[in-house]
Design a protein around this ligand. Structure first.
Ligand SMILES: NC(=O)c1ccc[n+]([C@@H]2O[C@H](COP(=O)([O-])OP(=O)(O)OC[C@H]3O[C@@H](n4cnc5c(N)ncnc54)[C@H](O)[C@@H]3O)[C@@H](O)[C@H]2O)c1
Length: 315
């Protein structure tokens, strides 16, 4: 087990980042968040502002000087800051590249310059594209389909290159479809967040395409557990892990589970498939289980019930 005392979390005011920050502060890490609030919110981390050892810095990962300043005295980095929307990346690939690739390169370079002991990178299942056979294993060939997916695959390659060239201890996590409280609700948010938000207003659930596409939905608490393991465990250097449940769910099944969990008889509306969307996607969790010691523990039904009750709690 590694023990780091100070961790930089880029994108720490966002959905996944803020939950990770809660856990790290709870474990007495000194935590610095670097976030430009593009999609993150101060409210997600404001409950830590008075905590000893917590610092929130507004800044951009594209700004090398800011990245260098926040890295001073840091032992470990979890790099989550990114533009995450697939459709947006199709409309504006250069911006996605600048944040997700050049931004990652800045963070990697400053991590090496500051002798950081562990660098955990948040990649995505999107890097696989329409690869077969399913479930997806970490050593599958990558066929990224959208500029977002390409940006994550490129940033992964930089992480591997920095591990080999400079001995930086990188660990790559390929998150699958993460859901839970604080996920932004906007036209591009995750399908579970959208469905629960529509359900709370009694509005129809919108299904793109025939609804038979599959996803591997993983609850935020499980994702935080996997990320902390990636930060603290020994013998992971240069490794890549799926962070998934291994269970495929179709969007049509999801609509049924949402109806049951909310107890609402919601209408289903079909719309045309979205640009850049993958048809079938679910992961093989065996490597993460064996090497990282990670196993997703929250079922979709349970995770949805928890998420729904937290939405009601905040409305
Ligand atoms: N949510 C998912 O299902 C999922 C799946 C796979 C991978 N991921 C990856 O996990 C990471 C976190 O995703 P999330 O769902 O929490 O999204 P999010 O949008 O809530 O978090 C991203 C954070 O990065 C910040 N950010 C964006 N551009 C920045 C910049 N130029 N400089 C500094 N900060 C910047 C945003 O303000 C936000 O706080 C991302 O790298 C994403 O690609 C997420």
């Amino acid at each position: 087990m590694k023990f780091f005392s100070s961790v930089l979390v880029t994108g720490g005011a966002g959905f996944i980042g803020s939950h990770l920050v809660d856990e790290l502060v709870g474990r007495n890490y000194k935590v610095i968040v670097l976030d430009n609030f593009r999609s993150g919110r101060v409210e997600n981390v404001s409950h830590h502002l008075e905590s000893d050892g917590f610092r929130l810095v507004e800044g951009d990962v594209r700004d090398r000087k800011v990245v260098g300043d926040v890295m001073d005295g840091i032992d470990a980095v979890v790099h989550l800051a990114a533009l995450i929307d697939v459709e947006d990346s199709v409309n504006n690939p250069i911006e996605t590249h600048r944040v997700n690739v050049t931004g990652t390169l800045n963070v990697l370079e400053e991590a090496v310059r500051n002798d950081v002991g562990r660098f955990v990178f948040a990649s995505s299942t999107a890097v696989y594209g329409e690869v077969k056979p399913l479930p997806l294993k970490e050593d599958c060939p990558l066929k990224p389909m959208s500029p977002y997916a390409v940006s994550k695959a490129s940033a992964e390659s930089y992480c591997r290159a920095f591990c080999r060239s400079y001995g930086l201890e990188t660990v790559i996590l390929r998150y699958f479809n993460v859901y839970g409280p604080r996920q932004e609700h906007n036209p591009y948010s995750g399908v579970i967040t959208k469905f629960l938000s529509n359900a709370s207003r009694g509005e129809p659930l919108v299904v793109y395409g025939d609804g038979e596409q599959t996803r591997d939905f993983i609850q935020i608490g499980d994702v935080v557990d996997a990320t902390v393991l990636a930060l603290e465990s020994d013998n992971l250097v240069g490794e890549t892990f799926n962070v998934c449940t291994g269970k495929p769910t179709t969007i049509n099944e999801l609509t049924r589970i949402v109806k049951e969990a909310t107890g609402k008889n919601l209408q289903i509306k079909h719309d045309k498939p979205r640009k850049g969307d993958i048809k079938n996607n679910y992961g093989n969790p065996a490597k993460a289980e064996k090497i990282l010691g990670f196993r997703a523990g929250v079922s979709l039904r349970k995770g949805l019930e928890r998420f729904e009750s937290s939405c009601i709690g905040h409305s």
